[in-house]
Design a protein around this ligand. Sequence first.
Ligand SMILES: CC(C)(COP(=O)(O)OP(=O)(O)OC[C@H]1O[C@@H](n2cnc3c(N)ncnc32)[C@H](O)[C@@H]1OP(=O)(O)O)[C@@H](O)C(=O)NCCC(=O)NCCS
Length: 162
Amino acid sequence: MPIRSATPDDAAAIAAIYNDAIANTTAVMWHDPKPVSLWRERLTGRPPGHPALVALDDAGAVIGFTTLGPYDTLCGYDDVAEWSLYVTEEARGRGVGRLLAEAVIEAGRSAGLYSVVSRVTAGNAASQKLHDRLGFRRVGVFEKIGHKFGRRHDVIVYQLIL
Ligand SMILES: CC(C)(COP(=O)(O)OP(=O)(O)OC[C@H]1O[C@@H](n2cnc3c(N)ncnc32)[C@H](O)[C@@H]1OP(=O)(O)O)[C@@H](O)C(=O)NCCC(=O)NCCS
């Protein structure tokens, strides 16, 4: 399956996948959709330590994306990145997430990152499995820290040392 760097021209496809996750899952704690223009901005001029990758199907359509983004603006954290990963509902469970994950972690390692951190809403079995498989350590749980769909949610914090 082809995986390549995302470009600003992928903004619409990425926004569609992200907005579907916003509307239908607790994976992301936004409640409202985000505009394509925001993704266009986010995909412009990313440094090597903040890669954005897309996975494509046989027809060249984007079926998943992953990013490493800033963990914190304080300079002492500038070699730490926060990880995000989203796959279209139709393509889930076929190894797309794992391939994207391995590729983006390798890109982060090549760029000299020290560590990748990630937050996973409790109950997201696929994401938890993936983190375990990739060697992330479960650092702890923020109890009931998020709210969505009329409920509060625990969020698990993971860390991978590169
Ligand atoms: C989480 C997500 C990115 C995983 O991507 P995916 O392509 O479905 O995952 P893969 O097919 O590569 O599977 C990864 C691992 O999870 C397991 N898995 C997949 N779906 C699962 C499920 N529903 N329940 C339990 N385990 C599952 C797979 O067996 C695999 O483990 P293995 O390597 O031991 O076989 C995808 O389900 C998704 O986009 N979900 C909605 C958004 C989201 O939750 N993003 C993550 C935010 S932290």
